[in-house]
Design a protein around this ligand. Sequence first.
Ligand SMILES: [Mg+2]
Length: 175
Amino acid sequence: MLARFKPTWMIERFSDIDPDQLKQMGIHVVFSDLDNTLIAWNNPDGTPELREWMRKLADAQIQLIVVSNNSHDRIGRAVEKIGLPFVSRALKPLPVGINRTLKKMQLAPSEVVMVGDQIMTDILAANSAGIRSILVKPLLPSDKWITKPNRMMEKQVMRLMQGQDSQMQWQKELK
Ligand SMILES: [Mg+2]
């Protein structure tokens, strides 16, 4: 039951994810949540940290694609300046958006990882689609009101998972 909520890795920040290590694990494409994973609501233009990470991914020939539940217009506006490809209305926690994109890009599930800050949407969707996942800490502790119930459930689930598995701790790198 808890396995559905379990991320493959827990890395504090997106920028701690080393593209070379992803490559060693056979990952060629990163699907990522946008809000509070890559950009904070108070900094919609992205940060030098994000641009640097995008450059490192590109150097490692790893593609980064935003997979978001938001509408095409909203994400379009948000990533316009950063220049990221995106999938809108992904319907996370359902695997719909992930599966659609895997099919469209003709990718095997093993080639892809999903990065996100929410167990109840990002990690659940990744597990349902059968791809590996990386849970990151939200960039900002304050969420939109709509996320609050998810955060409360997430806390409980995390406590249960950590109670069962002492390995489930925040890391600074993939291992
Ligand atoms: Mg998010």
